[in-house]
Design a protein around this ligand. Sequence first.
Ligand code: GLV
Ligand code: MN
Length: 217
Amino acid sequence: MAGVKAVVLVVLLATAIGAFANDPDMLQDVCVANTASGILVNGFPCKNISMVTADDFFFAGISQPVQITSKILGSKVTAANVMDIPGLNTLGVSMARVDFAPYGLNPPHIHPRATEIIYVLQGELFVGFITTANKLISKVVKAGEVFVFPRGLAHFQKNTSKYPTAVLAAFNSQLPGTQQFAAALFTSNPPVSNDILAQAFNIDEHKVEMIRAGLTA
Ligand code: GLV
Ligand code: MN
C-alpha cells in the first residue's frame, strides 16, 4: 500500500512540475550568454562577470517601426530575445515588436516555450488563438490594450485597418521559438511529401505544389 502511495505521489509531483514548466530558474545574479563558447548546454554558458557590460542588457532594435519586406503577409516581427540581448540568458523573459502594413497579417504560429502578451502601440488589430478543442478565442484590440496568447496555442494578429499598426510582445522565455504553420508544413527542408500534405488537407497534389510555390515566391 505504501508503495502504491509513493508511486501516486511521484506521478502527482511529476504532473505538477510539468504543469508549471517554464524556462529553468536562475542560479546566480546574471549569466550573460557566451554564444561563442562552443559548449552546448540548455541555454548558454555564462560570460566571465568581469567582461559583463551594460550593453549586454541593452537593445535598441525595437524602438522604431521597421521596413516590412513581405508583401504577401504585410508584417514583420523583430525579436528582442537572448540572441539579441545576451543578458537575458537564464532570466526567462524576452520581447518582440511586430509591425503591420495596412491589412497585414502575422500568420498563424505557435511559441513552444512561452506564453505571449501583446500591447498595441497604435492602430487596431483582430487577434485570436485556438484552443486544443478547436475553439477560436478572438477579439479586436486597439492602441493601449493588451491581449494574451497562452503558451503553445496557435495564434495570429491581423491589421484590419488601412493604417500601419504595431504591437510590443512580451514572452516568459528567453527564447520562445516560433513555428509558423504554413511555412513549417509547405517550406520545410527536406520537404514534407506532396501525398502527405494532399491527404492531410484533402486537396490534390497540384494544389499542394501551388501553395508551396506561393509561399516560396
Ligand atoms: C506575435 O505573435 C509574435 O510572436 O511576435
Ligand atoms: Mn506570437
